[in-house]
Design a protein around this ligand. Structure first.
Ligand SMILES: *[C@@H]1O[C@H](CO)[C@@H](O)[C@H](O)[C@H]1NC(C)=O
Ligand SMILES: *[C@@H]1O[C@H](CO)[C@@H](O)[C@H](O)[C@H]1NC(C)=O
Ligand SMILES: *[C@@H]1O[C@H](CO)[C@@H](O)[C@H](O)[C@H]1NC(C)=O
Length: 510
């Protein structure tokens, strides 16, 4: 009896194995093509390697963070070569490279707060909040750039506050025992003044878009309302504008924001050079990325509204996959990404790399969208080249020239708040954020904001129930369900396109 039992179990196992094997075989047959060497190389990512990379990403953050606290705090930034702090350039007020951003407000610490939460270090988060409250003062005679301070300082503080106040405490108890709730800005304060100004400025900009194309320039004279920079694109100077139209809609549920986003997105698609089409034209050097310079924020392309969910998301993922593959190839060409790359000369125009997060961010988001192991390989490559080329005496350093990998003595705050955070999240598949991906929006500086109906009603109006609360949960739902199975089983982009890109860039192997 016992014997028969065991036998039937074996038989049962055998049946399962046979079933699984034939199911896989069947699935592969659907696509009617054999796996090639790139499919095999990128087709899987061992679990122990993922854990090792997770540990590496964590180590990277703590090396930068601990060094900042040891050598630079309470100054704004860490100089990772000389192991000291950096503050505003008081001697040369015209030094905008420094003074736009640094305002003597412990920038790096403030910007890192929510990364500590994402890494699950509630104790250090509490210490950091205590340090911020005891040390940071805005009552200083510094001229700073509104945009940078908004995204790096205000955004960080609001994000930290909202995470602390989450009654579910998904990242542990982030609240120091003495911390008392204090409201922040418009919807938190119940004062419409801040949002009112922001919307007015947005409206004015929107109305100044070119009549013939509907496109916006990238620099405007705020006194005369005339465009100074007439280049349009998805790169620096413009990316966050589009990003915020959509994110503002997701956060606050204002349908006007979404209408503006849709219109902006439509004209961008109409007028801008794009990747996929040209990639399909085999001959010649017509490898044209979506944006002319700087780095696209592919989250903009991914974060689509669920109304056109399957079609648009699918279409846009194709494009995001292609653009990302091009940027990754450029990364491989240099080992890091040059600040500006010229697609006609196929070489770097502006050659520094300040540890920017965009490629890691896109890699993370595409992984969330496709679960394709290709993106874990990309993340590992990025992580290793950051360690190989930018790790310095105490922290990570800006690459002065991607050509010779010379370094500059600067670690910008977004390295800890974004680059490290996205790398960590890429490999931490069980992270609360990944398991509740549709519950959060990442700001343009990578700060985490819960999407919450609380913020979708204005306290200064009659409290009305938002008309379409269903959107909140489904927006940002980039589950694999929306992506066809071929995306998960094979390379996200066909091998011959990858080879085409790498041949054009003169890469030896992919
Ligand atoms: C939290 O951060 C502090 C400061 O970097 C570190 O000493 C500590 O080991 C971290 N804790 C965990 C659990 O990682
Ligand atoms: C980083 O350096 C190691 C050791 O020298 C090397 O094996 C690896 O290929 C390098 N990786 C990258 C991405 O540069
Ligand atoms: C995401 O969307 C799919 C398809 O609409 C749905 O089945 C799934 O439950 C959603 N997941 C979440 C986390 O909302």
């Amino acid at each position: 009896m016992l014997f028969r039992d065991i036998k039937s179990k074996h038989f049962f196992v055998f049946l399962i194995v046979t079933y699984v094997v034939s199911a896989i075989h069947g699935a592969l047959n659907i696509f009617k093509r054999p796996l090639d060497s790139l499919d095999i190389k990128y087709g899987s990512f061992p679990e122990d390697l993922r854990l090792q990379m997770l540990a590496e990403a964590k180590k990277m953050f703590y090396f930068g963070y601990d060094s900042y606290m040891a050598y630079a705090f309470p100054m704004d930034e860490l100089n990772p070569l000389l192991c000291c702090g950096r503050g505003p350039d008081y001697e040369n007020p015209a030094n905008v490279n420094i003074n736009d951003i640094l305002g003597d407000y412990c920038l790096t610490l403030v910007d890192s707060l929510d990364t500590l939460a994402v890494l699950g270090n509630a104790t250090e988060f509490q210490n950091a909040v205590t340090n911020v409250i005891q040390t940071v003062s805005f009552d200083k005679d510094n001229v700073v750039q509104v945009f940078e301070v908004n995204i790096r300082v205000l955004g960080a503080l609001i994000s930290a506050h909202v995470l602390m106040m989450d009654p579910e405490q998904p990242f542990g108890n982030l609240r120091p025992s003495w911390y008392d709730e204090f409201g922040l800005l418009s919807r938190l304060l119940g004062d419409p003044v801040y949002e009112g100004y922001a919307r007015r400025a947005n409206k004015v900009l929107w109305n100044l878009r070119a009549k013939s194309t509907g496109l916006l320039g990238n620099v405007i004279d705020v006194e005369s309302g005339r465009w100074i920079g007439r280049l349009s694109g998805l790169g620096a100077g413009l990316d966050s504008f589009f990003e915020y139209l959509l994110k503002s809609y997701i956060m606050f549920g204002e349908s006007e924001d979404y209408r503006m986003f849709e219109e902006a997105y439509r004209v961008i698609k109409q007028y801008m050079r794009r990747g996929v089409y040209h990639l399909k034209n085999k001959g010649g050097k017509r490898l044209i990325p979506e944006c002319q310079y700087h780095i696209c924020n592919i989250q903009l392309i991914l974060d689509r509204h669920p109304v056109h969910y399957v079609q648009v998301l699918h279409g846009d993922i194709e494009e995001a996959i292609c653009t990302h593959a091009l940027y990754y190839s450029i990364w491989k060409q240099y080992g890091v990404l040059p600040e500006r790359w010229n697609w006609q000369r196929l070489s770097a125009d502006v050659t520094f790399y300040p540890l920017r997060p965009e490629l890691v961010e896109s890699t993370y988001l595409l992984y969330q969208a496709t679960k394709n192991p290709f993106y874990l390989h990309v993340g590992m490559d990025i992580l290793q080249s950051l360690n190989n080329f930018t790790r310095a005496e105490c922290g990570y350093a800006t690459v002065h020239s991607v050509l010779d990998k010379s370094l500059e003595d600067r670690m910008e705050s977004f390295f800890l708040s974004e680059t490290c955070k996205y790398l960590y999240l890429l490999f931490d598949k069980d992270n609360y954020v990944n398991k509740h991906f549709s519950k959060y929006v990442f700001s343009t500086e990578g700060h985490l904001f819960p999407v919450d109906t609380q913020f979708r009603s204005k306290v200064w109006e009659e409290k009305t129930v938002v008309a379409d609360p269903g959107l909140v949960q489904s927006s940002g739902n980039l589950s694999c369900d929306a992506v066809d199975a071929e995306r998960t089983y094979f390379l996200p982009i066909k091998s011959h396109y990858l080879l085409q890109i790498s041949e054009t860039l003169g890469l030896e192997n992919y």
